[in-house]
Every structure is written in structure tokens, then in C-alpha cells.
Ligand binder design. Structure first.
Ligand code: ADP
Length: 227
């Protein structure tokens, strides 16, 4: 079943076109990697999927969830690294804020946060200060935060940038584990080799002709040259 259907999508900043005529789908439990040169519009595409007010034409159909139920791990910023909160607080902030009239997070939200922290093996650092963690641990915490928001799909933008090989491998393995459990993954990456190893589908943005299809078809198209 398709949970995201994008048809004839074009994006603009003011009158400047970023990309045009994009067509692709994301299936339930899919793993789609988005690749393309810097400036080709990968982050812009994610922002459109999230409904962040980017000017566009074409259609986007979400099935079984809303824009607010998309888990989103944005590119790292200095502000995030220095976030003055505990790990648990950062994870909980993935939920829509505490309810009306001063109610705190619901029992269901607290249980889900606990379950997700266990899944990503960060329950032992729940009370630690986020800003004191290593880059790899911080990314795991932010992945967990995104997971709390995700009903069916996680969007990841350059999730391993700045991490050493060991931390990158660990993060990729966790993402694969979440995918194996049925969560759809849509990931922007520069790491084409790894993308081709883990992903089921590839979307390659390019000024002339986009490619969307199965990893095997992308391999054939690029004649095995995946570097
Ligand atoms: P990518 O993620 O593939 O590197 P982006 O989606 O970040 O590409 O950017 C696509 C193009 O849009 C780039 O040329 C970039 O400079 C431009 N751009 C990105 N954000 C803005 C913005 N807020 N206003 C104007 N132009 C932008």
C-alpha cells in the first residue's frame, strides 16, 4: 500500500524553481533513500512533505497518517547540540506538547517514550544532560525523539553527518531495525554505498532527469558505478 504519493511536484523559492515534475511513492514499510548533488532540493522536498510552507505545485497524498504524525530528524545544528535539557525531556518533546489546562504528557506518551528509549538503548542515560553526550549518543536521542512522533514514517536528513564510522554504523543499524519492524524510512544521504545496501528504493534528484525506482534498477542504470 502506498502511504505517500507524490505527483508532478515542483518547488519554488520566490520565483526560482528548485526542482520540477517529481513523481514517486513511499510504500508501507518502505526504505527510500534520496540522493542528489548539494542544492538539488532534497531538504526542500522533505520540508514540503512536512508542510513547512514551501511554495510548490503538484499533489501529495498521505494515507493513514497526517503531516503532524511524521517523525523528522533534521540536519544537526549547533543549537541542537547545546540544547539545555535532559535526554528524557528531549525525547518527550517529540510528542505534541502537554495537553490543555496544564495536563502533562499522557500515560500512553510516557510509556511509548520508555519503550522507544529501550529500543534504541538509551534508557540508561535518560536523566543525563543532552549537551554533555557524544555526537553519536545525541543523534540516537534525536532519533528517539523523531520516533515518538512517527506513526508510519520517519524522515531523516543527513542523519550521520559528523559522526565517526562506529557511531554511523550503529545509527544505520538502528534505522534498519526500525524499518524491519515496519516503519517506513525516507532518508537523505550522501553515502550512496550505504544507501544502496540498506534501501529498497532510490530517488535521485537531478536538474535534467530524476530517477525513482528500485535499488536494483538504479544499480543497472548507473552500470554498477555506485561511488
Ligand atoms: P539540498 O538539500 O539538495 O542540498 P536544498 O533543498 O537545501 O538542497 O536547497 C535547494 C536550493 O534551494 C539551493 O539552491 C538552496 O540554495 C536554495 N534554498 C534553500 N533554502 C532556501 C530559502 N529558504 N530561500 C531561498 N533559497 C533557498
Amino acid at each position: 500500500m502506498n502511504i505517500i504519493e507524490v505527483s508532478n511536484l515542483s518547488a519554488f523559492y520566490e520565483s526560482r524553481q528548485v526542482f520540477k515534475n517529481l513523481d514517486f511513492v513511499v510504500k508501507e514499510g518502505d526504505y527510500l533513500c534520496i540522493i542528489g548533488e548539494n542544492g538539488s532540493g532534497k531538504t526542500t522536498l522533505m520540508k514540503i512533505l512536512l508542510g513547512l510552507g514551501i511554495k510548490h505545485t503538484g499533489t501529495i497524498k498521505l494515507t493513514g497518517f497526517t503531516k503532524r504524525e511524521i517523525g523528522w530528524l533534521p540536519q544537526k545544528t549547533q543549537h541542537q547540540k547545546d540544547f539545555p535539557a535532559s535526554v528524557k525531556e528531549v525525547v518527550m518533546s517529540g510528542f505534541d506538547g502537554p495537553g490543555f489546562f496544564g495536563f502533562k504528557y499522557s500515560r500512553h506518551q510516557k510509556d511509548l517514550a520508555k519503550k522507544n528509549m529501550k529500543l534504541l538503548d538509551i534508557e540508561g542515560i535518560a536523566e543525563k544532560s543532552f549537551s554533555e553526550l557524544s555526537g553519536g549518543q545525541q543523534q540516537k536521542v534525536l532519533l528517539c525523539r523523531a520516533l515518538c512522533a512517527a506513526k508510519k514514517v520517519l524522515l531523516l536528513d543527513e542523519a550521520v553527518t559528523g559522526l565517526d564510522d562506529t557511531s554511523s554504523d550503529e545509527l544505520y543499524s538502528l534505522i534498519k531495525k526500525l524499518n524491519n519492524q515496519g516503519l517506513a524510512i525516507v532518508m537523505i544521504t550522501h553515502d550512496t554505498k550505504r544507501a544502496l545496501a540498506d534501501a529498497k528504493h532510490i530517488l535521485s534528484l537531478s536538474e535534467n532527469a530524476h530517477f525513482y525506482g528500485k535499488v536494483t534498477d538504479f544499480n543497472m542504470q548507473s552500470k554498477g558505478g555506485v561511488e
